[in-house]
Write a protein that binds this ligand. Sequence first.
Ligand code: GDP
Ligand code: ADP
Length: 185
Amino acid sequence: MSFSIVVFQGPSASGKSTLQARLGVPKIVTWTSRQPRAGEQDGVDYHFATREQIELMFRQGLMLEMSEYRNNLYGTSISSIEDAGKDGQVRSTVMDAPGAKLVKDKWGDRVLLIGVLADREQLAKRLFDRKVSIAEQEQRLLSYDQEKSALSACDLIIHNSEGQLRTAEKVIDFIREGITHATRP
Ligand SMILES: Nc1nc2c(ncn2[C@@H]2O[C@H](COP(=O)(O)OP(=O)(O)O)[C@@H](O)[C@H]2O)c(=O)[nH]1
Ligand SMILES: Nc1ncnc2c1ncn2[C@@H]1O[C@H](COP(=O)(O)OP(=O)(O)O)[C@@H](O)[C@H]1O
């Protein structure tokens, strides 16, 4: 059986979304209580909901997990993971380390867990370039060490510091080719 879900994990600004976009398979849309950013669409980037709605879904047993990040709730519905791959289409998602671990523990070798890592100094610069406030930069970098040490649970780790993006993209192209090949009838 081939992979049906690719999960990206790693520190904030390491390049998870960039590499997820490069992989180019449909995303598993997760839930968040944070406000949509400019250009983000409901049901495409996230299911945007209130904190209360997400908590209710969790209590109803519909959520695999729920996680608090920078004062917002994030969560993945069980059905979105279970349904992945049913149509023969691999799906991808970006998760924090605890969420990624749950998916890997529960769905095992259906899941390809990719860790993305870049130097701490470069992440600080990327966050600065993104015009993130100093307080938010500090908060995001606080989780750097935790996310970095959790990478040991990954099936593979892609290094994505300055100058490594082209190679990282080639690795992703290689993975896409492998996945597509394996799911071809
Ligand atoms: N555990 C968990 N983490 C999620 C989920 N959806 C998104 N995240 C993580 O939430 C964090 C914040 O994402 P976001 O608000 O889009 O901001 P970003 O830091 O710019 O990517 C990222 O580390 C995502 O990987 C989810 O369903 N569960
Ligand atoms: N290897 C790289 N070198 C320089 N900048 C990069 C590299 N990879 C990604 N970036 C940039 O860093 C920023 C954060 O990347 P993003 O994919 O949004 O990270 P994450 O999803 O992990 O938070 C983006 O502006 C992206 O274009």
